[in-house]
Design a protein around this ligand. Structure first.
Ligand SMILES: [Zn+2]
Length: 308
């Protein structure tokens, strides 16, 4: 079983047909499809990826799409929303992207609901930083993150840009660790620029989101993996790929050490992840876990051709 555990529909050039074509071309059995929901997004780049579109994709391809939904935890009824969508077939809580801290009672309420339902949480960590963003909401809403970053480098939009502080998403490892301790039965799947930066010991000193060059020693996430069996990670996006590709020898040790808790995924970013992983010469059992077994251990995947 081959699973891409981190994808979005209508994101980064992938409509539903493109996703199915991608799965077929690469002989991938199914993908996890994740939402992005902030009811009051800030001025930083944001693309609303609603649960309705995820569910529609799942309805059309129930044997290829594993639907997930992370309600914005700032909503009073976030836990109830997760529960009611779970009844309809949602199988996980993701992608959780929120400026709240893990200690927030509202976020804790959502985690408690996910724990009760027995579904995993896919979360995105990103550091606070100063960013330039278009002043016009209309322009901003049309830009996805990557395009917005590109826009800041062009003169075209310069006069219409404003500088603001992006507060970060779930940007604190200390409160993450408290949540890992307090919800031992809940499986947390880490992802994002900040999460993967901390594969290396020099992360606190590196200002870049995507540090390059060899890993300088075990970063914080190694200890978290060792001490918290409910912590998993997906290698998706530029963040996961960069963290591994910056130091292939280190990647081999990391993936082998935590072979039962790392998930293959792309986040709609086709960076050559499979070619890279295949070039590492990992043990066959590590590959089977990474490419699908771990994902299937977290979420029951229906056999191909099964009714919804
Ligand atoms: Zn994502």
């Amino acid at each position: 079983m081959l699973v891409d555990s981190h994808m979005h529909v209508n994101f980064n050039g992938f409509a539903l047909n493109d996703i199915i074509k991608y799965l077929d071309t690469n002989r991938i059995d199914c993908c996890w499809l994740l939402t992005w929901e902030e009811v009051q997004p800030g001025k930083w780049p944001y693309q609303h990826l609603p649960v309705e579109e995820v569910f529609d994709a799942y309805s059309k391809h129930p044997d290829r799409i594993v639907p997930m939904y992370a309600p914005d935890p700032t909503m009073d009824d976030a836990a109830a929303k997760l529960e009611s969508w779970h009844q309809r077939g949602i199988r996980g809580c993701g992608e959780l992207k929120t400026t709240l801290n893990w200690d927030s009672p509202r976020l804790r309420g959502l985690l408690a609901a996910a724990a009760k339902l027995g579904v995993p949480v896919v979360f995105h960590m990103e550091e606070a930083r100063s960013i330039l963003t278009p002043q016009s909401t209309a322009i901003r809403d049309r830009l996805v993150c990557a395009a917005a970053r590109l826009a800041t480098r062009t003169h075209l939009f310069k006069s219409r840009l404003e500088r603001l502080t992006f507060p970060g998403y779930l940007l604190d490892f200390a409160s993450l660790e408290r949540a890992l301790n307090d919800f031992p039965e809940l499986n947390f799947i880490g992802h994002g620029l900040m999460f993967w930066k901390y594969i290396s010991a020099d992360a606190p000193q590196r200002r870049e989101s995507l540090p390059t060059g060899p890993v300088t020693g075990e970063g914080l996430i190694w200890r978290l993996f060792r001490e918290h069996p409910n912590l998993y990670a997906d290698i998706s996006g530029d963040s996961g790929f960069n963290a591994l590709a910056r130091d292939p020898a280190n990647a081999k040790v990391f993936l082998s050490t935590f072979a039962d808790r790392i998930l293959y995924g792309t986040d709609n970013v086709m960076a050559g992840q499979r070619q890279f992983l295949d070039s590492l010469g990992l043990a066959p059992r590590t590959y089977s876990r990474l490419y699908g077994e771990n994902a299937c251990s977290l979420v029951r995947v229906p056999p191909r051709g099964a009714p919804p």
